[in-house]
Design a protein around this ligand. Structure first.
Ligand code: PEP
Ligand code: MG
Length: 596
């Protein structure tokens, strides 16, 4: 039995055979028939050819832009590509072991590394990195075009998904009935895959370093989403304890209550609205049952499920949006335009980054930047939204806006899309256009944006990431992701103040709103509309009823003068008896992101 610590990102406990999803190291071993040996060898040859073509192009480009010295690195990689220890050896392994090309290449690489491990020469040892680079390229070229790589085939039986990197687009393709629990090496609580696991009620652990290297497909694995731990080959005793815990939780689950409706009133009568964040159409029922007064955030990119940005045509999108609107009627539905990264735009998670860019990262070409660059796909989405607006109330939400220029360009695209739809059916009424406040430049210019936006929604997941310089996908800095950081309170107060003169509503749709202590703070800072996962709404509604606006305003005013998030958490815990069950950790801070 091996225990791998991680971050608890979705509560509950689950166990079962592991299904591996390896984005970085596709190493599935498949036995092959003798008749398929040539096919697998052919795949290796084609991957080698494609790699050589790419390396020659990179070499020429680098030689021209950065000089011959640097370019020689790629000359060396081209030579490695032809080394007898790599592709030719992998070809031999395909035949001798009767295995797939990927597995054979991996074995060849292992043997290659073993040889180099014994070499005393530092220079030669360092070349191992270059070989790994070449092997990575070969692996990518072994994948079928557009596959995005790494995803396990449809599961035959329920399993625990263990992944190195769980891209949200792949997570979205998962059949929840087949996934018992999820463990992945990267990420944190606000990673989209973690958010999705919570909304599906699947226990999950993120940031479980190197977990995929300890697990083979089929290994019994237990995911403890309460403690933040992955247990490999758990003993019968550990499984039994988990079973008791799961049963207790099921027995203690609150019986379904009468569906609450309408705005919630604080103890002194102020109205507070709760809306739902959803990623999938199927969540509408849960949103309604939780008393959501609408959808505050529909993450439309989950429709793509990792496919290219133009994979979901207008008709298909219209069908989903219309369904959503009709099922939520009479409430409004806020649909966010695709918030994807560059690698997803082409549907190739493994696509080569452009020269001078990074393959991934939260600061690159994503969300509205990408939509404006893929104008056709953007207008397709906007046309689908405009058509859906004939069936109910649709609001358009723009992610990652960082300037008024972007808002104007997006509005121009919307005008063109609306124009195309106008005249094809009943008269269209203008859809309100909102801006996600999740980039500091937007937060600081809400007054300017307010002149041209109809509403705002603060995305604290990204806003905190950018204000505190903490990559939400990097488990190593997850402990620094601090929603109660004084800077975060100040920036939110500022957004509320800047939006006020024009009377633009400001909601919070990031995960911060789902934390009881932070919720009261946000209320005290002047936010009265919250959007969160349906599962978090009932508790939030109950909490708000038990406090007065005077209390929360005073607490927020005091919190704004405190120097650390620890002080702020202590203040909240002391002032609000209703927070008695607020899960404060041993360090006195709430069990929010990074404090677990
Ligand atoms: C946010 O950034 O807070 C947000 C709600 O958007 P997402 O989590 O989808 O980035
Ligand atoms: Mg965001």
């Amino acid at each position: 039995m091996t225990r791998v610590p991680g971050l608890p990102v979705s509560p509950g406990v689950a166990w079962g055979p592991a299904a591996l999803m390896l984005e970085r190291h596709p190493v599935m071993r498949c036995g092959i028939a003798a008749a398929n040996v040539e096919r697998e060898r052919g795949r290796l040859d084609r991957a080698r050819e494609a790699s050589a073509t790419q390396l020659r192009a990179i070499h020429a480009r680098v030689a021209q832009q950065a000089g011959a010295d640097l370019a020689s690195l790629f000359e060396a990689q081209l030579l490695m590509l032809d080394d007898d220890l790599l592709v030719p050896r992998a070809r031999r392994i395909v035949e001798s072991d009767r295995v797939n090309a990927e597995w054979a290449l991996d074995r060849a690489f292992d043997q290659f590394c073993a040889v180099f491990a014994d070499v005393g020469d530092d220079y030669l040892r360092e070349r191992r990195g270059d070989v790994a680079d070449v092997v990575g390229r070969l692996r990518r070229n072994l994948r079928p075009a557009g596959s995005g790589g790494g995803a396990p085939a449809a599961l035959a039986a329920p399993a625990v998904l263990v992944a190195d990197e769980l891209a949200p687009s792949f997570a979205a393709q998962i059949d929840p009935a087949m996934i018992l629990g999820v463990a992945f090496e990267t990420g944190s609580r606000t990673h989209h895959s973690a958010i999705l696991a919570r909304s599906l009620g699947i226990p999950a652990v993120a940031g479980a370093a190197l977990v995929t290297t300890y697990i083979r497909p089929g290994t019994l694995v237990l995911v403890d989403g309460d403690a933040g731990e992955v247990v490999i080959d758990p003993t019968p005793g550990v499984v039994e304890e988990a079973r008791r815990r799961r049963d207790r939780r099921a027995a203690g689950a609150a019986p379904p209550r009468a569906r609450p409706s309408g705005p919630v009133l604080t103890a002194d009568g102020a109205a507070v609205r709760f809306l739902a964040n959803i990623e999938r159409l199927e969540e509408v029922e849960a949103a309604r049952a939780a008393g959501a007064e609408g959808i505050g955030l529909f993450r439309s990119e989950f429709l793509l499920g990792g496919r290219a940005v133009d994979a979901c045509d207008e008709e298909a999108q219209y069908g989903v949006y219309r369904d959503l609107v009709e099922r939520m009627a009479p409430h409004a539905v806020t649909i966010r335009s695709f918030d994807i990264e560059e690698s997803q735009a082409s549907g190739r998670a493994d696509a080569e980054p452009e020269a001078g860019s990074r393959a991934r990262g939260p600061l690159g070409l994503r969300a509205i930047r990408l939509s404006l660059g893929h104008r056709e796909a953007f207008e397709t989405q906007l046309r689908a939204l405009a058509r859906a607006s004939r069936h109910g109330s649709v609001r358009v939400l723009l992610p990652f806006v960082s300037s008024v220029d972007e808002l104007r360009s997006a509005r121009a695209a919307l005008r063109s899309a609306t124009h195309a739809v106008q005249g094809t059916g009943p008269e269209l009424t203008a859809m309100p256009v909102g801006v996600m406040v999740e980039v500091p430049s937007a937060a600081l210019t809400v007054d300017l944006l307010a002149a041209e936006a109809d509403f705002f929604s603060i995305g604290t997941n990204d806003l905190i990431q950018f204000c505190l310089a903490v990559d939400r996908a990097d488990r190593r800095v997850a402990g620094l992701f601090d929603p109660l950081h004084p800077a975060i309170l100040r920036v939110i107060r500022q957004v509320v103040r800047l939006a006020r003169p024009r009377g633009r509503p400001v909601a919070v749709c990031g995960e911060m709103a789902a934390d009881p202590g932070a919720l009261l703070l946000l209320l005290g800072l002047g936010v009265t509309e919250f959007s969160m996962s349906p599962a978090a709404i009932p508790e939030a509604r109950d909490l708000v009823r038990r406090v007065t606006m005077g209390e929360v305003r005073r607490a927020a005013a005091r919190a704004l003068s405190l120097p650390t998030s620890l002080d702020i958490a202590a203040l909240l815990a002391a002032r609000f008896p209703a927070l008695a069950s607020w899960p404060l950790g041993r360090d006195g801070r709430p069990h929010m992101e990074g404090h677990s």
